[in-house]
Design a protein. Structure first.
Length: 606
């Protein structure tokens, strides 16, 4: 290409044929990517960012789409510029993987479950680079080291399901980089990962880009990741490009109203510094008055003491228990009425198990749970069913927790029918009120879950949790999969409901900026224990435990002038939570730093 760019998308239009007519996925998009440059394509779900990347790879045909207009120019190193939009699929097979690498959002679907990691890594090398088996294996080992996978020799012999999410994503990155492509397309590669692993993978991709001069097209909806990675930013909205500029221009002087709204919705770590109480993001109420912060009360609603949950590991000929997974170990905390306690930590630290143990969806091994003075551990099944009226759960994936065959109004009224609350007419009224509460139009009552977006489905899950007027809602990563703007709306909704109805939340999350916005109290979990617990301001502004400090350091900040470098991130690998039957864990012992702010003294590997 005369202008030196590696890839150039010109007036791309992509259409999908559906039963109800033609749907336009991308209307008219143009941008280019230069060597050694990272171009971030941002926008919400449905804005057309993934469709653009799949069109460039010519994988869109396999997803029922077709390129209706525009040119996709790609500079092949030796063969000059070609237009990929009309290249035949045989040549595309050579280009894909060899000259354009792709990292998909979900590593488990990008890897083949029946082949070892080593087999999948060497396959592309032998196909595209004509390497012998031993050459390919040596290169695969070198790639595994490059993406910093510990014990690479052992990992090459393992299958994808034996690796954690972060490890699998590194393998996918190694596969995408195997043939040293000129262009790397990364489609939300860190969305499902923890803060710490995300920080490492972003630093890794940045370093590999600098070392190899690869051009990167990075697709994401996370503005903090954009600030960390981008050289240039392309903002997409409903199939069109609405703004393009350098990362500094977009963050410091956004021109388009959509870009401004997107940046305004991003919760930034440190935004709440100096304030003690959470408040909704709409600082002005519907009538223009300032929304007061949520104080809650000093009365304790939930009291958890020495909670321990372990899962048996079976093995041997007779399927005997050979070891235990110590998921939750000696956990104690309390939640006040009308307040929020957040549990934060990485995947596998036991925070979801803790939430489920409190509702006895998972049976704890030991400990006591009191909800409003009632001993939850002493209840039999029918008493427990009655007690669950007071405690409800909102799960991470609303699609999995809703019934695909029931209309939404029936899903919201189902808990009321189960507990015989009122006549049909009263229930109907309450359902309408709940739809109004979660700000969904009443016309949605006859719809089914698949007809809603992710954020709307999560609102239905919240409406259903509210149906019985619970005192406590356990929210398990309820906003982690949502777009920034939708996430802001759902968080506001939760805070407004708390202010109006006095509900207590146990908020489980790995997103530190979200936790900072909604919490009264914060407990940081690591390997099944709370390592630091205290008022939100104390934990965020004066973190004492080394793990809390490392976690804070890893959070990307939505400001391109505050980028993290790889040397800032020094994470220790997390030890295994699986221990033999004879293992006796020490009790958790805490030191009080200031009133209410406690730090674990027991050695927990950090």
């Amino acid at each position: 290409m005369p202008d030196g760019s590696i890839a150039k998308i010109e007036n791309l239009r992509v259409e999908f044929q559906t039963k109800s007519g033609t749907v336009v996925g991308v209307e008219d998009v143009s941008f280019e990517i230069n060597p050694g440059e990272t171009v971030c394509v941002v926008g919400e779900s449905g804005s057309g960012k993934s469709v653009s990347s799949l069109a460039l790879m010519r994988l869109i045909e396999y997803g029922g789409g077709d390129i209706a207009g525009g040119r996709l120019l790609f500079d092949r190193k030796d063969d000059g510029t070609i237009d990929l939009s009309n290249t035949d699929q045989d040549l595309m097979r050579t280009i894909r993987g060899n000259e354009i690498g792709m990292i998909f959002q979900e590593p488990m679907t990008a890897l083949n479950p029946v082949f070892t990691v080593g087999k999948q890594l060497t396959e592309g090398l032998r196909l595209h680079k004509n390497m012998s088996k031993s050459q390919a294996e040596a290169r695969a080992l070198e790639l595994m080291r490059q993406v910093r996978i510990p014990e690479p020799e052992r990992r090459l012999k393992q299958y994808p399901h034996e690796l954690s999410g972060g490890m699998r994503q590194r393998v996918v990155i190694a596969m995408a980089l195997a043939c040293e492509p000129r262009l790397l397309i990364a489609d939300e590669p860190t969305t499902a990962l923890d803060v710490t692993i995300q920080a490492e993978i972003l630093a890794l991709m940045d370093r590999l880009k600098r070392e190899t001069g690869t051009a990167v097209m990075f697709i994401t909806h996370d503005m903090a990741v954009v600030a960390q990675m981008a050289d240039r930013v392309v903002v997409m909205f409903r199939g069109n490009k609405v703004e393009e500029g350098t990362v500094e221009e977009i963050f410091e002087n956004p021109q388009h109203p959509y870009t401004q709204a997107l940046l305004a919705a991003v919760p930034k770590l440190g935004e709440m510094t100096g304030t003690d109480l959470p408040r909704p993001m709409r600082l002005l109420g519907k009538d223009g008055s300032e929304v007061p912060p949520i104080t809650g009360s000093e009365e304790v609603l939930l009291e958890v003491k020495n909670l321990t949950t372990r899962f048996p590991v079976k093995g041997g000929f007779f399927r005997r228990t050979v070891a235990n997974v110590h998921a939750v170990e000696d956990l104690s905390f309390s939640v006040n009425k009308g307040q929020t306690l957040s549990l934060v930590g990485e995947s596998g630290c036991g925070k979801s198990t803790a939430g489920r143990s409190i509702l006895r969806l998972v049976e704890p091994m030991a400990g006591s749970i009191f909800l409003d003075g009632k001993d939850i551990m002493a209840l039999n099944q029918s008493e427990l069913r009655e007690a669950r009226r007071d405690m409800q759960m909102v799960f991470q994936d609303p699609f999995a927790s809703l019934n695909p065959q029931m209309q939404l109004s029936d899903q919201v009224s189902e808990p009321m029918r189960n507990f015989g609350m009122g006549s049909s007419a009263e229930m109907q009224k309450r359902v309408e009120m709940l739809f109004d509460r979660v700000e969904l139009p009443r016309s949605f009552m006859q719809r089914y879950p698949h007809e809603l977006s992710g954020g709307q489905r999560q609102r239905i899950a919240i409406a259903r949790a509210l149906a019985l007027n619970p005192k406590l809602i356990v929210s398990d990563e309820a906003v982690s999969a949502l777009d920034v703007s939708v996430q802001a709306q759902v968080l506001n909704l939760m805070l407004e409901l708390q202010a109006e109805l006095g509900i207590s939340f146990l908020f489980i999350s790995h997103d530190m900026a979200v936790v900072e916005r909604v919490s009264h109290q914060v407990g940081v979990m690591y390997l099944g224990r709370i390592v630091e617990l205290g008022p939100r301001r104390a934990v965020f502004e004066n973190p004492q435990h080394p793990y809390t400090q490392a976690l804070m350091k890893a959070v990307p900040i939505a400001d391109p002038r505050k980028r993290k470098s790889e040397k800032d991130l020094n994470f220790k690998p997390i030890p295994s939570p699986i221990h033999g039957l004879d293992y006796e864990p020490e009790p958790s012992v805490y030191r009080e730093v200031e009133p209410g702010h406690k730090v674990l003294i027991t050695d927990s590997g950090y």
